[in-house]
Every structure is written in structure tokens, then in C-alpha cells.
Design a protein around this ligand. Structure first.
Ligand SMILES: [Zn+2]
Length: 182
């Protein structure tokens, strides 16, 4: 966003968070420290999400929420394969598709196959192996994560402190799964 948009956004933020007070140099500081990289739309979405669960707002919380929202959009959207054989064009197309998906600007394309019956339970072993998920990792994912800050549900990935999925489940989950397996 531009410096002017930052000022507009900070006014919006102080209406959401009555505790949020700003000094004359706050807009410039917030703009330079990160808001210049954020679109007004993402900043608004992040501040609305924060307002539902926190009474205070800080720049680092806001930026973390923007990242989370963009990651969520990316996870929900399949980025189309670039339509070229030229390596640099391929890279360019891929990067702009990813950016568009994270911005939430992608156009949904119809699925090639019907959705079919919803699968219940963990993904098949062959599916997990094809994605490089080890047998011990799938065993861990079959149970709820006992690590209190995480508590990922069965068949969901463990998440880190800002809610991003982890490739490897928490040690406590592996440990418990191994114990349960005997
Ligand atoms: Zn976990």
C-alpha cells in the first residue's frame, strides 16, 4: 500500500481496536517496517481476523496474520501449470500464478474429474509414499498431536506457532504414536 493508504488503514485499525493509539510518526514507521509490502485488502482482512480474537494489535501480529491468510489462500487453490517450455517464462508464469492465488485473485477453473465419494480416514499408503511421507510420519498423523500448543487433529498436519503446517509432526506425537503401536 502507499503511504496515503497506510494512513487510511491506520484510521480503520483504530476503529477496530479502541486501544490502538498512534503518534504522528506511526504511519511512516508502520509503512516502512512492513505495510508497504501489504495490499490494503490483505491488511483489512488480517485486522478483521485479529479483532475477533485479540484486544490489542501490533505490527508483527498483523504481518503474521497477513502471511497466514495468504498461505491459507494458497493452500486452498491449485496453482495451474505454466503453459510454456521456456524456462524463464515458465518461472515467470508460475511466480505470477502463485502471487495471484495468494492475493485471492485466481479464477477458479472447473475440475477435470468429478469430486466423487468423499474419502474417510487417512490417505492410502501409496498416496503418502508418493508424497514422501514416511510410514512413521503417517502413523503419527493418524492420532491427535498431544503437544499442547498444537493439538492437531488426526489426519491433519502439526502446525507451528503461526499456524503454518509442518512437514514433520511434533516429537511428542511421534513418541505417542510409537507407544500406541506397541
Ligand atoms: Zn503437533
Amino acid at each position: 500500500m502507499t503511504p496515503t493508504e497506510t494512513v487510511t488503514f491506520l484510521r480503520y485499525l483504530s476503529s477496530l481496536f479502541p486501544t490502538f493509539t498512534w503518534q504522528p510518526d506511526t504511519p511512516a514507521a508502520w509503512h516502512n517496517a512492513g505495510l508497504h509490502k501489504v495490499t490494503p485488502r490483505d491488511a483489512k482482512a488480517a485486522s478483521l481476523a485479529l479483532a475477533t480474537r485479540a484486544a490489542f494489535v501490533s505490527l508483527d501480529k498483523l504481518l503474521a496474520e497477513v502471511t497466514r491468510i495468504r498461505d491459507e489462500r494458497l493452500a486452498a487453490h491449485q496453482v495451474p501449470a505454466p503453459n510454456t517450455d521456456d524456462p524463464s517464462e515458465y518461472r515467470q508464469q508460475l511466480l505470477s500464478s502463485i502471487a495471484a492465488a495468494a492475493d485471492g485473485l485466481h479464477i477458479d477453473t472447473p475440475r477435470a474429474l468429478p469430486a466423487g465419494q468423499r474419502r474417510i480416514g487417512p490417505p492410502p499408503i501409496a498416496w503418502q509414499q508418493a508424497r514422501g511421507i514416511s510410514p512413521s510420519e503417517s502413523q503419527a498423523r493418524a492420532i491427535e498431536c498431544p503437544w499442547p500448543p498444537c493439538q492437531a487433529q488426526p489426519n491433519s498436519s502439526c502446525v507451528n506457532g503461526i499456524g503454518r503446517p509442518l512437514a514433520r509432526s511434533h516429537e511428542a506425537r511421534h513418541h505417542l504414536a510409537a507407544q500406541l503401536a506397541g
